[in-house]
Design a protein around this ligand. Structure first.
Ligand SMILES: [Zn+2]
Length: 169
């Protein structure tokens, strides 16, 4: 099942999500649907709040289907280590058409559970590190625009409000 992506302005995107406690068939189905929805939206990461489900769950595939081993399921993820700095344009499926440079750590270690509830650690660099931080932010109710200047953010919000008024958001 393909979910539609919740856009900026919906409060589900700006509140902390709840921990996942049930590692059952419903979770597996949800993960499958999230990968499908992410690929459909041409994204490399998707957090559950972005489909209106306030749970600490995200999926990532920075290779976009090229490497099946790159498909990562992040349940209740935490950032355990960050290193270096890196500035790259960043976007979000919930804020379509916009991109802004964001400075983030270049190397990030995450601790998360898989679909069966087993904890694992994984270190990512560059785009994968960025995805870990971006998706974990989502689960804390934080969007990437909180990392850009207030001036740029206000400008962006003004443009979004115009789109909303025109019914184009
Ligand atoms: Zn996002």
């Amino acid at each position: 099942m393909i979910y539609s992506i919740v856009k900026f302005g919906n409060s589900v995107l700006e509140k902390p999500a709840e921990s996942v406690t049930a590692f059952d068939d419903d979770l597996k189905k949800l993960v499958e649907d999230m990968f499908e929805s992410m690929y459909e939206a041409k994204g490399v990461g998707l957090a559950a709040p972005q489909i209106g489900i306030s749970k600490r769950l995200a999926v990532v595939d920075v290779t976009f289907k090229e490497d099946p081993k790159a498909k990562l399921v992040l349940v209740n993820p935490e950032i355990v280590h960050t290193e270096g700095k890196h500035t790259q344009p960043e976007g979000c499926l919930s804020i379509p058409e916009f991109r802004e440079p964001v400075t983030r750590a270049r190397k990030v270690t995450i601790r998360a559970q898989d679909m069966n509830g087993n904890w694992y650690e994984k270190t990512g660099e560059d785009l994968l590190a960025r995805a870990f931080l971006h998706e974990t932010d989502h689960l804390n109710g934080r969007l990437y625009i909180s990392h850009i200047s207030a001036l740029k953010r206000d400008l962006m919000k003004r443009r979004i409000r115009k789109l909303m008024k025109a019914g184009e958001w």
